[in-house]
Ligand binder design. Structure first.
Ligand code: GLN
Length: 430
């Protein structure tokens, strides 16, 4: 009988077999460490969402859209014309081409649904999808629900002797990557900037990935939802812009990340008509269209961003937030990965001493050591984080078990309070 976290499901008929795949029936990590399960005063650096609202001028555009008739009704399944035009005007330069609003841009219900629709459009039973570990957890069920088979290739972490490693020290073994490709490979997922490592894939790395995608004739899903968060003068390279790659790449973007609006569920895909067309057909049958007023607001955001210098200013604010957190890690004297992109930082928690007899909840029994460490830190120190083994297949989960992911998409006051609390961890180090 099917179980959810060990509890039998009392359904009058058996569940679909796909529910037994992709860890669908295990409680997802975001629910385990949800604020509702932790003490009320615990600071949430777990699930990546902001403790501040979208900019007022973006919210005003949402209010304005709600005041119109059309803004409350169905959109075209491709997305509202105003948003597709805003995406074209804002992003075309970064693709080195003028994007066609009719067939090269597709608005989706968050980046997640766009990715799901791409799997629906292209995966047949047994088709393989390569993903680097750690991988954003949602990829897994999205692939298996569409009958695909995930193939994992680990990013290799820096040696633990290295206290101040950067996300660039998480490396790809290209022989290993080549060996993961097979005639069954349909797609590779490339997430840059990377969640949870913060790695910004270098041009030479992307060129090698691109060469393999071409050699094995695979598609690329380029998950670039953190493209506005690249620090330290690193270059964000879109794999779609490398020679011969536009034809085989769909790039994923997100209003939630761009405008501090993760609950809006507005995302978009950019790619050639031959790929966007089938994904449009899939998304039309999955959700028909995405919510209308918030598409209007996202459009206003992109339209006004240049004149308001919005993205450079936002980046500066995030850099400050990152530096507060990393300074706190430095003072703790624990190893961590300095992220060059995204709003996540990995702390090496392998030397946190966790009492065996600590009262852990049922939801984390049988999970990795990092699940315990994150629970213990949340309860004893008052700061939540996410265990990184959740982003691994079984074989390599021991790599993830060494790390906790802290999200720094929070205001500076909250981050300062969090790093002060984290100093308490010194009392629990081996
Ligand atoms: N992308 C966000 C994160 O990694 C949210 C994930 C989610 O809630 N599914 O924290």
């Amino acid at each position: 009988m099917a179980t959810i976290n060990g509890v039998p499901v009392k359904s009058p008929v058996p569940l679909s077999s796909r529910m037994q795949t992709g860890r669908a029936m295990a409680l997802d990590v975001w629910s385990v460490y949800n604020a509702a399960n932790l003490p009320a005063d615990c600071i949430n650096l777990g699930q990546g969402y902001m403790n501040f609202p979208p900019p007022q001028w973006v919210k005003d555009a949402a209010t304005e859209a709600l005041g119109t008739v059309a803004g409350n009704h169905y959109s075209h399944p491709k997305g509202r014309p105003r948003l597709r035009e805003a995406i074209r005007d804002y992003y075309s330069a970064s693709y080195g081409r003028t994007l066609n609003v009719d067939n090269e841009i597709l608005v989706t219900s968050g980046a997640n649904e766009g990715q799901y629709a791409m799997f629906t459009a292209f995966l047949d039973p047994g088709d393989e999808v390569i993903m680097f570990e750690p991988y954003f957890d949602q990829y897994l069920p999205s692939v298996t629900f569409n009958a695909g088979t995930p193939v994992f290739v680990p990013l290799h972490p820096p040696s633990s002797a290295n206290r101040r490693s950067t996300s660039d020290d998480w490396t790809i073994d290209f022989e290993e990557l080549r060996a993961a490709f097979s005639p069954k490979t349909k797609m590779i997922i490339v997430n840059t900037p990377h969640n949870p490592v913060g790695k910004v894939f270098r041009r030479d790395e992307l060129e090698k990935i691109a060469a393999l995608a071409k050699e094995f004739n695979t598609l690329v899903m380029a998950d670039e939802v953190y493209d506005c968060l690249v620090y330290d003068q690193k270059e964000h390279v879109r794999i779609a812009t490398l020679p011969g790659m536009w034809e085989r790449t769909v790039t994923v973007g997100s209003a939630g990340k761009s405008f501090a609006a993760t609950g809006w569920r507005v995302g978009w895909l950019v790619g050639p008509p031959t790929l966007i067309g089938p994904v449009l057909a899939a998304t039309t049958r999955i959700v028909y269209c995405s919510n209308s007023p918030l598409q209007e607001a996202a459009a206003a955001g992109l339209e006004q961003a240049p004149s308001r210098n919005f993205f450079p200013l936002q980046l500066q604010a995030y850099q400050e937030r990152r530096d507060i957190l990393l300074e706190g890690f430095d003072r703790l004297g624990m190893n961590y990965t300095h992220p060059e992109g995204s709003y996540f930082a990995l702390l090496d928690i392998s030397n946190v001493d966790i009492p065996d007899d600590y009262p852990f909840p049922q939801t984390i029994h049988g999970r990795g050591r990092d699940f315990k460490a994150c629970w213990f830190i949340a309860m004893e120190v008052g700061v939540s984080s996410i265990p990184v083994s959740e982003f691994y297949g079984e074989k390599n989960s021991h790599i993830g078990e060494k790390f906790a992911r802290f999200a720094f998409c929070k205001d500076t006051a909250q981050l300062k309070e969090a790093v002060e609390r984290l100093q308490k961890l010194k009392n629990y180090l081996k």
